[in-house]
Design a protein around this ligand. Structure first.
Ligand SMILES: CC(C)(COP(=O)(O)OP(=O)(O)OC[C@H]1O[C@@H](n2cnc3c(N)ncnc32)[C@H](O)[C@@H]1OP(=O)(O)O)[C@@H](O)C(=O)NCCC(=O)NCCS
Length: 194
């Protein structure tokens, strides 16, 4: 397994990883009326907007994990609502309760603006398939992202983790993140960059 920059050929793997880890770290296949919904919100916009801040774990055959980032969350939220979401929103209907809440959150870019966004302007998403978990690759991906952001002079990095995803919360604490805020949408955690 090795970490390398994202390449366009990884796109389908990124979608697959997003779906298979999208239910608080567990497989979300079949949970929504369209499996593509989660990736259209939480994965593909990132590789479109800032492919230079996307890294994958390659098992020699395919990508089995990724870390995706936005260096400037305010700018990303603006781009997401004005340019990205309008191009994909038509694919989805708000039939089920789960879809409604996910789509409502996609339609509200303010959701990305945590109170401490100016201190921690960058944010990330990280997901590894089960075969890649528990081997130190998550820590290495965080270090790779932190180094790429620090090189650009970004002072801080944050993420929002579901309140039910206690494994990921423990992981983030272990690799240096501290809790910034929490609400029904999850827990915001941040780390300062050198
Ligand atoms: C959460 C996730 C990214 C962690 O990556 P990982 O490669 O499994 O974690 P690592 O092996 O790099 O662990 C790094 C450190 O965190 C610790 N850690 C990881 N998971 C932990 C857990 N559930 N409880 C306590 N500590 C944990 C490890 O012991 C390790 O400590 P050390 O480096 O001091 O020895 C990965 O398991 C994953 O993708 N899970 C499913 C998707 C998900 O939940 N994504 C996050 C959505 S917000």
């Amino acid at each position: 397994m090795r970490i390398r920059p994202y390449e366009p050929r990884d796109r389908a793997d990124v979608v697959d990883i997003c779906i298979r880890t999208g239910d608080n770290g567990q497989d979300a296949t079949g949970l929504h009326s369209s499996d593509a919904l989660l990736a259209d919100i939480y994965a593909l916009p990132y590789v479109n907007h800032e492919p230079g801040l996307a890294f994958v774990v390659d098992n020699g055959e395919r990508a089995v994990g990724y870390i995706l980032g936005a260096a400037d969350t305010r700018a990303f939220a603006e781009w997401f609502s004005s340019e990205w979401w309008p191009t994909v929103a038509g694919k989805y209907s708000s039939d089920g309760e789960l879809e409604r809440s996910i789509i409502a959150s996609a339609e509200n870019p303010e959701r990305m603006l945590i109170a401490a966004v100016d201190e921690y302007p960058a944010h990330l998403h990280i997901d590894l398939l089960p075969e890649a978990q528990g081997q130190g690759l998550g820590r290495q991906l965080i270090e790779t992202m932190a180094a790429a952001l620090a090189e650009r002079g970004i002072p801080g990095l944050h993420l929002v983790v579901g309140s039910g995803n206690t494994n990921a919360q423990a992981f983030y604490r272990r690799v240096g993140f501290t809790e910034l805020a929490s609400d029904a949408g999850g827990i915001a955690m941040g780390i300062k960059l050198a």
